[in-house]
Design a protein around this ligand. Structure first.
Ligand code: JB2
Length: 210
């Protein structure tokens, strides 16, 4: 197995250490920032941009871009890895607690101290970040990022590519729409419309759609 990482910033360092803790060895990184080419992140070389994926000899990949800034988003990078003929690799940090009845999709990362409870289902290319909790019977769609320390209570549904900010808490049975964004530390007590931004305790709508 030869594993490529897509994105060489802060989140890549977390992914590299999670992989090593799980006994996996990242082979190289691709990054859009030319200044990084020829350098390394925690001894993993940055070989060039995304065009270097095809023909690199990589067999597997993981999207190691966390937040979405300038450049491609996490979903686009995931699709790029697939298009290059690579298989998405799921990683689980050995300190994460994952129920035997939980499901984790291809290319997802369950990081240090995260908890996935009974029958939780996590899609593809999801980040369950450090110490996040996904309670029983939650459904988490593809490309979602559940940031550090966020907590989804039982039976919450998070739709595709939504972002749950660090330390946010979501009440049981709430449905969060696709591409919605939940601000850091928010308490979400009712459903959130697709594409909207909600913030606060209790969380209020700040923007209806993006
Ligand atoms: O299209 C791209 C692309 N766009 C940005 N392709 C590739 N291969 N790489 C891309 N990048 C690269 O991702 C940037 O050039 C940069 O090197 C990296 C993003 O690094 P940064 O440290 O800015 O963000 P991050 O996503 O690694 O980490 C954020 O998200 C984490 C979850 C930070 O905010 C962290 O604090 C946070 N823990």
């Amino acid at each position: 197995m030869r594993i490529a990482l897509l994105g060489g910033g802060g989140h890549a360092a977390v992914i590299i250490e999670a992989m090593r803790a799980a006994g996996l060895a990242p082979a190289f990184i691709v990054d859009r920032n030319k200044a990084m080419w020829g350098r390394s992140v925690l001894e993993v070389p940055v070989i060039g941009d995304d065009d270097h994926l095809a023909g690199s000899g990589a067999t597997h990949f993981i999207v190691s871009l966390g937040a979405v800034g300038p450049g491609r988003d996490r979903q686009t990078l995931f699709e790029l890895g697939i298009a290059a003929g690579l298989k998405p690799l799921a990683i689980i940090h050995p300190t994460a607690i994952v129920s035997p009845s939980a499901m984790i999709g291809a290319g997802s990362a369950v990081l240090a101290g995260a908890v996935l409870c009974a029958r939780a289902t996590v899609g593809r290319n999801v980040i369950v970040n450090t110490r996040a909790v996904v309670e029983h019977d939650c459904t988490v769609g593809d490309h979602v990022h559940i940031a550090t320390g966020a907590c989804l209570s039982g039976q919450v549904q998070v739709s595709e590519a939504a972002f749950i900010g660090a330390g946010a808490a979501v009440r049981q049975n709430v449905v969060i729409g696709a591409h919605a964004c939940i601000g850091l530390g928010s308490a979400v007590v009712r459903d959130v419309a697709a594409g909207s931004l909600v913030v606060g305790v209790p969380a209020e709508v700040k923007r209806m759609s993006v």
